[in-house]
Design a protein around this ligand. Sequence first.
Ligand code: HEC
Ligand code: HEC
Length: 252
Amino acid sequence: MRFPLAGLAFVAATAALAQAPKRSGFEDMSPATQAMQRDDAANPGLFFALDGKAAFARVEGAAGRSCADCHGADGGGLKGVAARYPAFDERSGAPVDLAGRVEICRREHQQAPAWPRESRPMLAMTAYLGLISRGAAMAPPDDPRLATARERGRALFTTRLGQLDLACAQCHDDNAGRRLGGALIPQGHVNNYPAYRLEWQAVGSLQRRIRNCMTGVRAEPFPAGAAELIELELWLAERSRGLPVETPSVRP
Ligand code: HEC
Ligand code: HEC
């Protein structure tokens, strides 16, 4: 996606919009796209989540364990987990998002080969963890060890980027609800990832979505897994606090 230069005229901070009630991107979609998300039989993200469910029960890796062996059948103790990430990882001493956390379990608890972030099995597993968290209110941890990274994410969100010299906040805080070219600017909430995007014709992660907006302002996107992306994810989760998880979602 490339944002049209003509859209630049709209940028003027309006405190009123910044204080608007939280609104999931779902509410800004056409009735047809909303219907596709609501109907599990029509939502392509559901197929990914069901693949993830099957993988959860499958023994993989040298340790000879499935996710379910440790976490319980049908997701067991992990219900609601998608509402609580990114979280602090004790061993690395750094914040990890849900894909990062799954990767730790694969490596350390299963001794299984890595799943790259945008690979089908990783998207399927994170979609499944989202599915078993559906309806849970976004509740990012209050862990003080996350504060510095979250603050960096907030600062990044308000930093002008790229050739268009636009900050995330100028669109998603100041101009949400307005149109940019053909697209309606959503508040930019993250209670719905991974998501199936009609534009991608594929399921993608939140990092892919953020990288897409960076390309939109003609900035060099941070590489997948970069600390800056995790920091942005931390701030985005805080902005979305209280919204119900709706993974796997559909977006335009
Ligand atoms: C051998 C046991 C074991 C296996 C197998 C395992 N995990 Fe874990 N998992 C753990 C433990 C223990 C923790 C708690 C953190 C830690 O000490 O690593 C954890 C933590 C997690 C968390 C974070 C939970 C939270 O509340 O923050 C997620 C998500 C998770 N695992 C997903 C998975 C997935 C998905 C798989 C399969 C791909 C898997 N795990 C395989 C033992 C396991
Ligand atoms: C020029 C305006 C603009 C800027 C700047 C911008 N975005 Fe976006 N963003 C959009 C538009 C428009 C969409 C919706 C695209 C669509 O539906 O086709 C979007 C979608 C999103 C979404 C998906 C929300 C959902 O409901 O799934 C997230 C998250 C997001 N942006 C985050 C960011 C971040 C983080 C930055 C800064 C790195 C950023 N955006 C910069 C315009 C912008």
